[in-house]
Design a protein around this ligand. Structure first.
Ligand SMILES: Nc1nc2c(ncn2[C@@H]2O[C@H](COP(=O)(O)OP(=O)(O)OP(=O)(O)O)[C@@H](O)[C@H]2O)c(=O)[nH]1
Ligand SMILES: [Mg+2]
Length: 395
């Protein structure tokens, strides 16, 4: 499993152009040879490159300043300076660039999984004195300095592109379900807020298809106002094909859970609140859960007839295949809606049409209270296990 960084602050500067040169042609038998100072070379560009096989921003954790190289100075005999080397910064798919100071969106790579963006052009090289020759000035002593490069401070945000995002109150069994379906081994424990950072895992469908599942920390009522672990993690599922709402049948509030969760999602982003979904009622193995499931289903048939409610027990491995099929269906439907796979298709076959992304900065204004073991600094992010789970290994 890889430790995961999902945000980074970096400073990028394009290279300065090389200076123009002042020189004169001096050769035997050629008196008054005239100006011969060449131009400076161009400064290096700052280029972002999206790499399909990268998954994290770990490369930006250890290095935050990036500079294009300065162009070479022009030289005598009308020689141009060498162009400065470009500075190429690799990024995983799913990144956004924001201005570090204002939070303004500068570039969204959407679901592109390959590509280059020339972000800052290097400065032009300065003119050498050959350019200043004229009828009245045959021995110009003027050359231009190279143009300065540009500098920007950026905040790089990575939105893990998960296919299915789990949403639920703490302790509902989200991590247990991820553990069952994938190779990820999140911490599972009988107390709330066991999960403090998102966990990603891969559900293997067949040789062709993988579905990435995201288990995010539990959400509680008031999360959108900063209670609990807050809703900052919702960004990780904001581009998913669908959501899985997990309801704990042993929780006495099981009938209201769904509407409360939905209200918190709607406070974060309307787009998220409108996503395809299934409802999974867990812990069916516990006494009395059967009756509760029947009641929950009756409630949904009335108020949300379009939503299917699956009753499962992760512990007893009941009805998990139905849930798996529902995940596959959601992902395939989304891919079909988005058009043919191929044109810039992203993970899970979702096309390169990134929906409007909410301003995550807003969601982060209030630092959530993490209690005792605050995930600080380096721990922040997510765990990702992208190994495919071998089928039939676990029973
Ligand atoms: N009886 C029963 N208990 C379960 C089942 N699934 C999970 N649990 C238990 O419920 C508790 C919470 O499970 P987690 O998977 O950690 O729940 P979570 O939703 O990830 O919780 P947070 O990370 O705190 O949000 C653990 O003690 C699990 O063993 C189930 O099907 N039946
Ligand atoms: Mg958990």
């Amino acid at each position: 499993m890889v430790k995961f960084a999902d945000e980074a602050l970096i400073t990028v500067t394009s290279g300065k152009g090389g200076n123009g040169c002042i020189a004169f042609r001096r050769e035997k038998y050629i008196p008054n040879g005239g100006p011969s100072g060449g131009d400076g070379g161009r400064g290096g560009d700052v280029i972002f490159e999206v790499k399909r096989n990268m998954r994290t921003l770990a490369n930006l954790r250890y290095r935050q300043t990036f500079k294009g190289k300065t162009g070479g100075d022009g030289e005598g005999s009308k020689r141009f300076g060498k162009d400065g080397e470009d500075c190429v910064i690799s990024l995983p798919p799913g990144c956004l660039l924001r201005d570090a100071d204002t939070g303004e969106l500068v570039h969204d790579f959407g679901l592109e999984d390959e590509g280059r963006l020339v972000f800052l052009k290097g400065g032009n090289g300065g003119w050498g004195n050959v350019h200043f020759k004229g009828p009245t000035n045959q021995a110009p002593r003027t050359a231009l300095p190279g143009q300065e490069g540009e500098t920007r401070r950026l905040r790089v945000e990575l939105n893990i592109i998960a296919d299915i995002g789990f949403v639920g109150f703490p302790n509902a069994g989200k991590s247990s379900l991820l553990d069952h379906f994938t190779n990820a081994r999140p911490k599972i424990a009988p107390y709330p807020f066991t999960t403090k950072i998102p966990n990603l895992g891969v559900l293997r469908v067949d040789d062709e298809q993988d579905i990435i599942l995201a288990d995010i920390p539990g959400i509680i009522e008031g999360a959108s106002e900063g209670l609990g672990l807050g809703i900052r993690f919702l960004k990780h599922i904001s581009r998913s094909a669908g959501l899985a709402f997990m309801i704990d049948l042993s929780d006495d509030g099981y009938l209201e859970s769904y509407d409360k969760l939905q209200a918190e999602l709607a406070n974060f982003s309307e787009e998220l609140a409108a996503k395809e979904r299934v409802v999974i009622a867990n812990k069916l193995d516990l006494p009395g859960a059967d009756e509760r499931l029947a009641e929950l289903r009756a409630r949904f048939a009335e108020s949300h007839p379009e939503i299917t409610v699956y009753g499962i027990s992760v512990h007893s491995r009941w009805h998990l295949d139905e849930v798996r099929d529902a995940f596959i269906r959601m992902v395939n439907e989304m891919a079909a809606q988005a058009g043919p796979v191929g044109e810039g298709s992203g993970i899970g076959g979702i096309r390169n049409q990134a929906p409007e992304v909410p301003d995550f900065m807003k969601a982060e204004l209030e630092e959530p209270d993490y209690g005792e073991d605050t995930p600080s600094g380096d721990d922040f992010g997510a765990t990702v296990s992208l190994n495919r789970k071998k089928r039939g290994k676990r029973k």
